[in-house]
Each structure stands twice: as C-alpha cells, then as structure tokens.
Design a binder for this molecule. Structure first.
Ligand code: PLP
Length: 339
C-alpha cells in the first residue's frame, strides 16, 4: 500500500513469473477472473461469429458462457463415462468446416489422454484451449496441465486449489504473439507507447491479490499433496462399492473435487447431510439442460447419466484424518444397508 502501485505493478509481474516457473511455460498473464481468462483467450485467438468451438456440457457454466461472450458458437459434445472429460470420438464427430477450436476442461482436476487431442487438433488445424481452472498442479505423464494447448486458463476464485482472497485468474501460453495480444486485450489495447491499438477490455489481477497468490503458490504443492493423500484413502475405502471418477491412466490429479457415481446419489446425499457431512452435486445440470438452452433438443446421454449419479465428497486440505474416517464409515455403512 505504501508503494501506491495497485495495478500492473511488481507484485503482478512477480506472481506471473513464479507461475511461469511453476507450470514450466513461457508466458503467464494475470486477469480479473477465470471467466475473463476464457473470454480474452478466445478473443486473442481471433475467434468470433461463425466460428464453432467444441466443448463439454459437464463443466462450470463459465466455460460455455465465455464462448458465447466472445461471439463464437459453442458446440457441446458428450463426455467419457469414466473420466467425465470430453470424449475424443464425440469431438471428432462434431467437427465441421466452421470448427476453429476444441476447449477441453480438466474437470475436478482430472484429465483424459490429452496427447490424442493435441494430434486431433493438428490434423484438423484447430486451436486447443485448456480450461485448467480446476486443475492447477495436475499433470499428464509428468507435464503440467495447461501447457499442452495453444492457450490455457486458470481461476483463483476463493474455492479453487490456488485461491485468492477475491476474484483473480490467469492465462498461460507458449506463443509470444498471443501473450502480446492478451496484454493489449486486458488493458484497453494500450501499447507501450500509450496508444490504443485495438478494441480491448479491462481485466486486471490487482497487486494485492497478486501478492497473496505469490505467497500462497509456495504452499500449493503441499496442499495438493494433502488432497492426493485424502483421495488415495477414499479410493481404497470405496474401491468395490461405488464408481470413482478418475483421470485416464497417466493423469496425476490434484483433486479439486473427489467425485463418485452412484445410482443411490440422492439417498446418500441426504443421509450424509443428516449426519452433518456436506457434499456437492457438480454438475447435476449439464449445460445443455440449463434454461439458456431451452428449445434445443440436444441429447448427450453420458453427461446426462453422470449428472444424475454424481456426488462430490469433502476433500479440502484442512480435512483432518478423523473427519475423513467418519465420512468413510458413514458411506460404507450406508451401502451395507442399501445393497
Ligand atoms: C471456476 C471456473 C471457471 C471460472 O472462474 P472464475 O474465476 O470464477 O471466473 C471457469 N471454468 C471452470 C472449469 C471453473 O471451474
């Protein structure tokens, strides 16, 4: 506060360069939120009217909303039944002459075989965009998610694995031209000479949030390791009881959510709530079932089925061993009586 520098100062530059090192990528640019990161990314790639972007219905609303806000057309394709990530074959089927990009979402911190998407995009000359808002620190065969596509987005919303004390987000890319465009787009198109070179926008990650994030980034691996430990215990406890949502072999998840699929979802959810255990139903409405899509008759059966069966369990790093043991014994007890 003494510095009097609240925007576009040394804290932001410091956080951006720490995150570049952490991810192993050339450029990270802070913006106001994960939602803005998506919108500005699509704009930086030059996407707009008549351009189709294929993405998943099983995500947070912002993923699809950003495509619409950027002026392009979202095309929803179905997901894989085990990872709940976008299905490669469904994407392939959805490609048309208007397709410009595939927008992957590493939902819950998990991913599918991303190298196959890289190849598919090369083959059809498409941009690959990674919505990494739920997957900071996750890897595919040892390489961080958010470093495979042309551009990737991060959210530091207070519930995310790396959390700001308010709104914040970032864009990562290996392409210097894209990075330059993002710098213009996030600040009214102003170039280093102070001239407005394009119709930009205003979306900044402020110095105070950047300072918090730079400090909290140092603890991210410790917290993600704790999430993995909790997830491993759930895996062992539920192996033969329910279907566990997991990344494809090769994915090391950071478990933004730990999700199970069970046809007894509603009963289990109420039973846990009665016992003081808070769970989530992400995403009990796939995006094509939201009122904004009223009138379209899109059927995406895998996503629809998953939405009926999904339940996410407590996995915050501060969950204690004994709290987790209680959750496990409640769930095991529930299935002993409901078989
Ligand atoms: C949180 C999230 C966003 C949006 O991030 P905000 O910072 O809340 O705007 C976008 N996509 C996914 C998958 C998210 O989980």
């Amino acid at each position: 506060m003494d510095s009097g520098r609240f925007l576009l100062g040394p804290e932001l530059a410091g956080f951006e360069s720490e995150l570049e090192k952490y991810l192993g990528i050339d450029y990270v640019l802070g913006v106001n939120s994960g939602t803005d990161a998506l919108i500005l990314s699509l704009k930086a790639l030059g996407l707009g009217p008549n351009d189709e972007v294929i993405t998943t219905p099983f995500t947070f609303f912002a993923t699809v909303e950003a495509i619409v806000q950027a002026g392009a057309k979202p095309i929803l394709a179905d997901i894989e039944p085990d990872t709940l990530c976008l299905s490669l074959s469904a994407c392939e089927t959805a490609i048309t002459e208007h397709t410009k990009a595939i927008l992957l979402v590493h939902v819950f911190g998990n991913c599918t075989d991303i190298e196959r998407f890289v190849k598919l995009c090369q083959k059809h000359n498409l941009f690959l965009i990674e919505d990494t808002c739920q997957a900071i620190g996750s890897t595919w065969k040892g390489k961080k998610l958010g470093t495979f596509g042309h551009i990737s987005t991060f959210s530091f919303y207070p519930t995310k694995n790396l959390a700001a004390l308010g709104d914040a987000g970032a864009i990562a890319t290996t392409d210097p031209d894209i990075a330059d465009r993002i710098k213009l787009l996030r600040n009214h198109g102003i170039n280093p000479q102070g001239r407005h070179t394009l119709w930009g926008y205003k979306s900044l990650l402020d110095e105070i949030q950047a300072a918090f994030l730079k400090t909290k980034l140092k603890r991210l691996d410790i917290e993600n390791a704790r999430r993995r430990k909790l997830a491993g215990r759930y895996d062992n406890a539920f192996e033969n009881i329910v279907q566990i949502v997991q990344g494809q072999k090769g994915c090391k998840s950071t478990y933004h959510q730990y999700a199970i699929l069970t046809p007894k979802r509603n009963e289990l959810c109420s039973f846990l709530a009665e016992n003081g255990v808070e769970t989530g139903r992400y995403y009990e409405n796939p995006i094509h079932r939201e009122p904004v899509f009223a009138g379209t008759n899109l059927r995406l059966p895998v996503a629809e089925k998953a939405s009926q069966a999904i339940l996410t369990l407590p996995i915050r790093p501060s969950l204690t061993d004994s709290e987790q043991e209680r959750v496990i014994s409640l769930i095991r007890g529930f299935f002993e009586h409901h078989d």
